[in-house]
Design a protein around this ligand. Structure first.
Ligand code: DSN
Length: 426
């Protein structure tokens, strides 16, 4: 039986035996095909990754690491995990890679649990300024376990990090770990500055590059591994285009501590279908064409941001240096982020509502939305499409309660999408 036939037959079996889930899958495929995906943390993975995710690797338990497992039958799982690790090391220039984290939150928790004692002081970026829940937000378990000191971006410096203030904070609090990284900050980081401040106070360094892992791999954004960071974490499903998952890149000296923190410290058996997907993804990212993709993601983001701003939209920090932008909907259009997200959903443009720095509004009704270009770029959309997209976003947000305008925009969006197939879908 060839692979294509097996995939078709598996799908037919699902349709025959579970109509409810099959209908939901078909609906999601239609949604992805007809709409433009602008959530900056989402992407369309490779068909080859979908093939291994739905493969018999899902059947296998593989606690431990290659060559040292607690179950038999590891001849092929060892191949995929070794391959994933060596590709990750090569791609990022890291001494060691752990590819078993199930996703971003356990990935970051594994670093903290390996290196910190409860109550230790850690510096992390404030959530509303672009940091992540796992960088010490009070609602997270990690936020409660350690003494987090949160730093912010500086409005008087155009929303960039104020390193003088960060240095003063580090000297005052003497953290054991300095964490940088973001999920809604549209700029690059000066890793040398973070490292110098951490060195001055004797702290370890961690960069969570989950959003921009693919852009670093593609050589278009700075790589914290080049600056001697102790820990670099990244999810694998965002700009890297892989399966859901996480990786921890570290120095040889921390290898043992990190590996034993992931397993047996935090997780049980790794999901080997996912590890296989990570291996395939990293192989793709090592191909020269991945650099073109990363460049196109940035060019599209710059074009979309410029066209939105030309139409009156106010972006946090006044633009973007990466793949994302945060649009202040209250300041731009007098509507909150939830209304904006729902209006864009109506026209088949998907984004997410987003808190902005020191947002006076609550997270489920924040002031902004977050937009990003990795998924649209994967689909082959370019500068011309970004121009049209900006026009549709502006019309939708300006006329969010005008049903006829929304219907017209939806028709135009869906017509455009019909010319840009989704990878992995017929
Ligand atoms: N949920 C991811 C994001 O959207 O940025 C981060 O965990």
């Amino acid at each position: 039986m060839n692979t294509e036939y097996a995939a078709t037959r598996n799908r037919d079996l699902l349709a025959e035996n579970d109509a409810e889930i099959h209908a939901a899958l078909a609906g999601e495929e239609r949604r992805q095909r007809l709409g433009i995906e602008l959530i900056p943390s989402e992407n369309y993975t490779y068909p080859e990754v979908l093939a291994v995710l739905g493969s018999v690797f899902t059947n296998k338990y593989s606690e431990g690491y290659p060559g040292r497992r607690y179950y038999g039958g590891q001849e092929f799982t060892d191949v995929i995990e070794r391959t994933a690790r060596s590709r990750a090391r090569k791609l990022f220039g890291a001494e060691h890679a752990n590819v078993q984290p199930l996703s971003g939150a356990p990935m970051n928790a594994a670093v903290y649990l390996a290196m910190l004692e409860p109550g230790d002081t850690v510096l992390g970026m404030d959530l509303s300024h672009g940091g992540h829940l796992t960088h010490g937000a009070p609602v997270s378990h990690m936020g409660k376990l350690y003494n987090w000191i949160r730093y912010k971006s500086d409005p008087s410096a155009g929303g960039r990090i104020d390193f003088d203030a960060l240095r003063a904070t580090a000297i005052e609090h003497r953290p054991k770990l300095v964490v940088c990284g973001y999920s809604s900050y549209p700029r690059d980081y000066d890793y040398a500055e973070f490292k110098a401040i951490a060195d001055e106070v004797g702290a370890m360094t961690m960069a969570d590059v989950s959003h921009i892992g693919g852009l670093i791999a593609g050589g278009v954004m700075s790589n914290p591994c080049d600056y001697g960071f102790d820990f670099v974490t990244t999810t694998t499903h965002k700009s890297l285009r892989g399966p859901r998952g996480g990786m921890i890149l570290t120095k040889k000296e921390f290898r043992r501590a990190i590996d034993s923190s992931v397993f047996p410290g935090l997780q049980g058996g790794p999901h080997m279908n996912q590890v296989a997907g990570v291996a395939v993804t990293l192989g793709k990212a090592l191909e020269p064409s991945f650099k073109d993709y990363a460049q196109a993601v940035l060019a599209n983001a710059r074009a979309l941001a410029a066209a939105l701003m030309a139409g009156g939209a106010k972006l946090v920090t006044g633009g973007t240096d990466n793949h994302m932008m945060v649009l202040d909907c209250v300041a731009s259009f007098g509507i909150d982020g939830r209304v904006a997200e729902e209006a864009l959903d109506e026209v088949s443009i998907t984004c997410n509502k987003q808190i902005i720095p020191d947002d006076p509004n609550p997270p489920l009704r924040p002031s902004g939305i977050r937009l990003g270009t990795p998924a649209a770029t994967t689909r082959g959309m370019g500068l011309g499409e970004m121009e049209r997209l900006a026009g549709w976003i502006l019309r939708t947000l300006q006329s969010h309660d005008d049903e006829r305008t929304l219907a017209r925009v939806k028709g135009e969006v869906e017509e455009l999408c019909s010319g840009f197939p989704v990878p992995g879908l017929p």
